[in-house]
Design a protein around this ligand. Structure first.
Ligand SMILES: [Zn+2]
Length: 75
């Protein structure tokens, strides 16, 4: 199975070298979200609901989930 990964810098969080790795898309996505929730609490607190949605959308897109099939709603 193909290894999946996403970095903090990939989704717009600078000054962090964290990389979420895994074989499973959901697992990587969850790892990334929980990392952001614990390590970037202040960053997250500054986002409004729409921006949080965009952030999650970026993570999914980066993991190759969005392929134009309409699985994810557009921002
Ligand atoms: Zn980070």
């Amino acid at each position: 199975m193909k290894m999946r990964m996403v970095k903090c810098s990939d989704v717009g969080i600078d000054n962090c070298s964290y990389i979420a790795l895994g074989n499973d898309l959901d697992e990587v996505e969850q790892n990334m979200l929980s990392h952001i929730e614990t390590e970037h609490h202040e960053f997250l607190a500054n986002l409004n609901e729409h921006e949080v949605h965009l952030l999650k959308h970026r993570i999914s897109t980066f993991l190759g989930r969005s392929c134009g099939c309409g699985h994810l709603e557009m921002p």
